[in-house]
Ligand binder design. Sequence first.
Ligand code: ZN
Length: 79
Amino acid sequence: MDERRDPPPDATDRAPIAAGLGRLSPVQAAYAAYTRHAIRCDDCRDVDHTCEVAEELWRTYQQVGGGAVQAVADVARGA
Ligand SMILES: [Zn+2]
């Protein structure tokens, strides 16, 4: 049996989480803005509501992607 014998490191010894600190490409930044909004927005979580902010962020993401987003979606669907 391979049980861990060392005590876990203190939380203060851990490196800070670097997610979101690096430079994102414009497409990644647009998608991040969309997802950041969607996970915090009550209207986005309610299936009976539409969210104009989310729709605008999604349109921005698609525009920034310059068609690449749709091309990937088409490939994923087998179109
Ligand atoms: Zn929303």
